[in-house]
Design a protein around this ligand. Structure first.
Ligand SMILES: Nc1ncnc2c1ncn2[C@@H]1O[C@H](COP(=O)(O)OP(=O)(O)OP(=O)(O)O)[C@@H](O)[C@H]1O
Ligand SMILES: [Mg+2]
Length: 255
């Protein structure tokens, strides 16, 4: 039986090396059922590498990842997707010459079957209705027949989210979904994230905008140089001198 307190995802001593470079250095934290967890840290902290390891894009060098108590560390990404772990990419990855709707349908098929096997099976009316519903929810239904390559930046980011939601994941990682957005697009994105939150067991949001991440997150995990340096409520984390030094200091210099 699953104890009530069992985390959705448990990351333990995760390590990722790229030749000489240590991108993840003993990362451990839990993702609790129901939470929206903000993952922050300066450029190069290891946030995207963490998502890539957890979602099976990169293999871990050492350490474990458990999903509801089962070890999933070595599973390939399509099996993780079937278990309900989905993610968006920091660099938008859409099929530019497919329509908006097709981009969602393709993703759905990838959850149901091995990648690119029978992508457009006939008679998939449920998939179509589900895909249209997702496009409705991210406010892209009117663009359903437009080529994805013609979308404005904020729209493309929302389509990425719709695609990640196809197939009904339980845990969703959003890797800088607001990057490059203006204030209005960010607020639209925040509304979209809030709207689908009840349908998911947990969301991990990577975001540099302090106001946006504080507004949306129940809890923050702060990384720097491949390590977790702080966790806690946004208001406490941003008052932590280590975080101010590692994160805010760098952000102010960069931006
Ligand atoms: N495929 C790769 N091969 C070699 N090094 C990599 C690879 N991917 C990431 N790295 C390195 O791992 C470190 C962590 O990178 P990562 O992309 O996780 O940072 P990040 O926290 O997501 O930063 P940002 O906020 O800029 O997106 C960096 O030093 C980066 O150069
Ligand atoms: Mg990144």
């Amino acid at each position: 039986m699953i104890a009530k307190s069992e985390p959705l995802l448990a990351i333990r001593d995760l390590n990722k090396q790229f030749r000489g470079l240590t991108a993840l250095d003993g990362v451990s934290f839990d993702i609790a059922q129901g939470e929206l967890l903000g993952l922050i840290g300066p450029n190069g902290a290891g946030k995207s590498v963490l998502v890539n390891v957890v979602s099976g894009i990169y293999g871990a060098t050492a350490g474990t990842v458990s999903f509801l108590g089962s070890d999933i560390t070595r599973l390939p990404s399509y099996q993780l997707a079937r278990l309900g772990i989905a993610r968006t990419f920091q660099n938008i990855r859409l099929f530019g010459r497919m329509t908006v709707l097709e981009n969602v349908l393709v993703a759905d098929k990838r959850y149901l079957t091995r990648p690119f096997r029978s992508l457009f099976a006939k008679g998939a009316h449920d998939d179509l209705a589900a895909a249209e519903d997702l496009l409705e929810r991210v406010d892209l239904i009117e663009k359903r027949d437009a080529l994805a390559g013609t979308l404005a930046y904020g729209e493309a980011r929302r389509l990425e989210i719709a695609r990640a939601l196809a197939g009904g994941p339980r845990l969703l990682f959003l890797d800088e979904p607001a990057a490059g957005m203006n204030e209005r697009e960010m607020q639209e994105l925040a509304a979209v994230i809030r709207s689908f939150r009840p349908a998911l067991d947990a969301i991990v949001l990577i975001e540099h905008d302090v106001a946006l991440i504080s507004e949306l997150s129940d809890r923050l995990v702060v990384m720097d140089s491949g390590k977790v340096i702080a966790t806690g409520k946004p208001v406490d984390v941003f008052a932590d001198p280590r975080v101010v030094e590692a994160y805010l200091g760098v952000e102010e210099c960069d931006d």
